[in-house]
Design a protein around this ligand. Structure first.
Ligand code: SF4
Length: 338
């Protein structure tokens, strides 16, 4: 299903604030999104998931600042074309890039439709701005096509947002995100405000559209059971780092990081065998008081001597080249640390 890289993130580091008051929100993030895949990003509030989405799309507002790393977009069908350095794009190129190559559906997006404009006007505005050569009739036809794509009857084109249900408003946002056929769609908690039935309906539709249109998705949520169901691969974040990354089925079958295991035991799965919901003791660390060593050690039932001193680096455990885990349980501890 998945192909060559479409987005590569290397060593991405983000601070909030500067100088002595700065706190580190993202630390050395390495992540690759492949063409056509759904990559899930999971973690509790404050783990850095949304900061990562804002940083990659250059929507981070002050006091957030990218202090290191690289983000490259790899254009389709151009094996020899140089990757696009997203962190170096001019504001003008960035504006064009955001809708045409990469679009975003943010948290609470279903409330971000303009209440005084019809669905037609909001969908065609995107086309007007980015496809200036398109005639009015073509824009309307495309708006109808987009509504149909997300399962809404075209007679709702003349509706105002308040005349639509929450699920329909969210589908309109997804239609808008797909208007210019981007290569990448980032969805930050896109269905959190919806009931579980509607959540799954919308996500099933998104996966079907991904199969039809071939875009890649970064799907961000704190609900790992949703990711297990709808992602190809999952990256788990804690304290601004990626602590485990593997195929969704592997994470479900055999989570290797104690935090991944805790997350899996925090949400009921809709399918498969029942798991006891034990949750994770304690609370996520505050950015200004990140524990030394492994940031998870104060909450980890498996912590041992080096965990409070040494930061585990993500690496493949023995015999599992497709998985990466940052935990001393799975890697030799350097001799000078114990
Ligand atoms: Fe737990 Fe230690 Fe692994 Fe961190 S490194 S998750 S504290 S066992």
């Amino acid at each position: 299903m998945t192909g060559s890289p479409v987005l590569t993130i290397r060593g991405l580091t983000v601070d909030y604030g500067t100088g002595t008051g700065a706190v580190r929100a993202l630390r050395d993030i390495d992540l690759t999104l492949h063409r056509g895949e759904v990559l899930g990003l999971a973690g509790e509030s404050g783990s850095g998931k949304s900061t990562l989405a804002y940083a990659v799309t250059r929507l981070l507002s002050p006091p957030g600042v990218i202090t290191g790393g690289e983000v490259h977009y790899h254009p389709p069908g151009a094996r020899d074309a140089a990757p696009v350095d997203l962190l170096a794009l001019s504001p003008r190129r960035l504006r064009a890039f955001r809708w045409q190559e990469l679009s975003i559906v943010f948290q609470g997006a279903m409330n971000s439709l303009n209440p005084v404009h019809t669905v037609h006007s909001q969908l065609t505005d995107v086309l007007k701005a980015h496809r200036p050569g398109m005639k009015a009739a073509e824009r309307t036809a495309r708006a109808e096509e987009l509504l149909s794509l997300v399962g809404i009857s075209t007679d709702r084109l003349t509706a105002f947002p308040h005349q639509l249900s929450g699920g329909m408003r969210q589908r309109v946002m997804i239609a808008m995100a797909l208007a210019l056929e981007p290569e990448i769609v980032i969805m930050d908690e896109p269905t959190t405000a919806l009931d579980v039935v509607m959540q799954r309906q919308i996500l099933r539709q998104l996966v079907r559209l991904r199969e039809e249109l071939g875009f890649s998705v970064v799907f961000i949520t704190h609900d790992i059971s949703l990711l297990i169901e709808f992602s190809d691969r999952i990256a788990i974040m804690y304290g601004g780092r990626i602590v485990e990354e593997a195929d969704a089925a592997e994470i479900y079958r055999d989570p290797r990081h104690p935090y991944s295991d805790g997350l899996l035991h925090s949400f009921p799965a809709l399918h498969g065998p029942r798991r006891e919901l034990t949750g994770i003791p304690g609370s996520p660390p505050h950015l200004s008081a990140m524990p030394a060593g492994c940031a998870f050690h104060p909450r980890c039932g498996k912590a041992f001597a080096p965990c409070a001193e040494r930061v585990p680096v993500p690496a493949a455990p023995d015999g599992e080249p497709a998985r990466s885990v940052a935990c001393w349980l799975h890697h030799p501890v350097p001799a000078d640390s114990v």
